[in-house]
Design a binder for this molecule. Structure first.
Ligand SMILES: [Zn+2]
Ligand SMILES: [Zn+2]
Length: 224
């Protein structure tokens, strides 16, 4: 009978995941199996169990619109509370905080699995909470420069901005190919001006890694 994961087990798993992820982002060679074995020695679970847990952590990274580790495709069967815990641990280890998304997305996915649902009543007066988030101080110069270069055309798909803002400029968004949270620089060699569809896809799309790599071939100013 599988026992409930303790906070300590979860924290050690997320810490190991983030170390492996950092290695991968920095092109440092490492062995996933060695990490699982080490965890398995510290706690009373098999290396396989930890490997599977890693795929749950990939799922949380994917919900957060972040890159997950190659070879650890997201596994979706994670409970709402565990998803929330994993996201909190990631935030704590990165010493920063995005608005929480993981537990809500997992809840939505769980509800959608249920058949024969009645239309929900929703809330006439939804309650509000304050959330504290961390953000990077971005350079307006960089955004202005990249928007000028794009000149109203998405640098990813090559199509015109999908609409004009109500004050008359084309709507494009500036995205960092290597995320600032992953140590990416806020420079024109790491920033692109793209349409909202391409932007969402680069964060959440099934082919986001492939699409990201294509950008480096497409635009000479970009440096990986
Ligand atoms: Zn586009
Ligand atoms: Zn972005």
């Amino acid at each position: 009978m599988p026992t409930k994961w303790t906070q300590g087990e979860l924290e050690a798993s997320v810490a190991a995941y983030m170390e492996m992820r950092r290695n991968e982002l920095n092109g440092v060679e490492y062995s996933k199996q060695a990490y699982y074995r080490d965890l398995s020695n510290r706690f009373d679970r098999s290396a396989k169990a930890f490997e599977y847990r890693m795929q749950n952590i990939s799922y949380v990274f994917s919900i957060m619109g972040r890159r997950w580790i190659n070879g650890l495709p997201p596994a979706k069967n994670v409970g709402i509370n565990v998803a929330r815990d994993i996201e909190n641990i990631i935030n704590r280890l990165e010493k920063r905080r995005d608005a929480p998304v993981a537990s809500f997305e997992v809840e939505v996915a769980n509800i959608r699995k249920k058949k024969d649902r009645l239309p929900p009543r929703g809330n006439e007066k939804p309650s509000a909470i304050d959330v504290t988030t961390t953000r990077f101080m971005r350079s307006a110069e960089v955004v202005a420069w990249v928007l000028d270069l794009a000149n109203g055309t998405c640098e990813c798909c090559g199509k015109q901005a999908p609409f004009m803002r109500d004050h008359g400029t084309p709507f494009l968004e500036v995205h960092h190919l290597k995320r600032l949270a992953d140590g990416g620089s806020d420079t024109i060699s790491n920033a692109i001006a793209i349409c909202p569809n391409c932007h969402r896809e680069l964060h959440y799309g099934a082919d986001k890694d492939q699409r990201r790599l294509v950008m480096y071939d497409l635009l000479e100013r970009l440096v990986e």
